[in-house]
Design a protein. Structure first.
Length: 124
């Protein structure tokens, strides 16, 4: 099964995150477990390939999941946060707290689906 998705919740963030993946700076991502449960979206699985879309819905990258863990926000280790490629650990915490607050609410105890991936194909 292949799933398609968009990084981020705005056009600018989507473009920025796709560029981080393309550059190799971003090799991980996370999402709120509640969103998977509410939307009926399947959880990522090791070996699954997904299509990352640009903001207009065009295929941008094909990625393959290499690791999946469920962790509470307050327990995400620094090395995972750094693999998201969005700055230092404190920056990661700040931008993710704001992201989750905008998208359903933030709680330091909330469960996150933490995924590592590799780029298989760049459609650009």
């Amino acid at each position: 099964m292949t799933v398609s998705f968009k990084f981020g919740d705005t056009r600018a963030l989507n473009a920025h995150l796709l560029e981080l993946v393309r550059s190799g700076a971003k090799t991980a991502t996370c999402g709120a477990l509640r969103d998977f449960q509410q939307d009926g979206e399947p959880l990522p699985k090791v070996g699954r390939r997904d299509v990352a879309l640009d903001w207009d819905g065009n295929p941008s990258l094909l990625i393959e999941t290499t690791e999946v863990t469920i962790r509470r926000f307050c327990e995400v280790p620094e090395e995972f946060a750094l693999a998201e490629g969005e700055g230092d650990y404190e920056t990661w915490r700040r931008v993710h707290m704001a992201f989750f607050a905008r998208n359903g609410g933030f709680d330091a105890e909330m469960d996150l689906v933490c995924e590592r991936f590799r780029v298989v194909e760049d459609y650009a």
